[in-house]
Design a protein around this ligand. Sequence first.
Ligand code: GTP
Ligand code: MG
Length: 216
Amino acid sequence: MKAVFTRAETPEPSTLERGRQLFAVSVDFLKGVVAMDGMPPADRLEVCFAGRSNVGKSTLINALTGRKTLARASNTPGRTQEINFFTLGDTRYLVDLPGYGFAKAPKPVVEKWQALLKAYLSGRPTLRRVFLLVDGRHGVKPVDTEIMDLLDRSAVTFQVVLTKTDKLKTAELDRIVEGVKTALSPHPAAYPEIIVTSSETGYGIGTLRSVIADIV
Ligand code: GTP
Ligand code: MG
């Protein structure tokens, strides 16, 4: 059966509350890793955040955790170079991946990143879902599609999170959401709900927290 893609609705209060509680614990930076052997043991469930450079991964982690400076956000694309592990309480990890598609990155850097990402995605049994961030102003780009292909091959479920939607008018957002649905349809690993967010206004952050609470 072909998946029908929809925009996630704001959950019920009790579901939102579960999400709020999940994140109402201490969150700390654990370590940044550049190779598989540096990974912390896969001893708890985790979710990770992937997406093009500058899409807003680190800012989203800060918004989810209510900590402005936990993950280093920056105007300089390619700021996050390592796979950064954060502890969410004592029993989960949040994982901030380095951005891809940074035009100025030299080829060996890109290749190294892809190899590490592949190894992480296929070798991490505790990874429950990849949140694939897509800039609400730009929609899905060819580099995003490449990552989706990789995720299909790794059989890791990914869910698109639209970011920076505070920059869009309603009609533009609707158009972008429709474009994302079309782009997702050939991907078996795509989760059928798209989450619309703004780390700037907090829109959709509660929804994303509850989605995470459902899977970890
Ligand atoms: P890399 O680590 O380089 O891959 O980037 P990143 O995906 O972690 O992006 P980061 O969180 O560093 O954000 C990049 C820029 O986008 C920063 O200037 C943020 O302030 C801005 N930004 C992130 N989220 C939002 C948002 O929801 N709305 C607006 N208006 N700006 C945002
Ligand atoms: Mg970052």
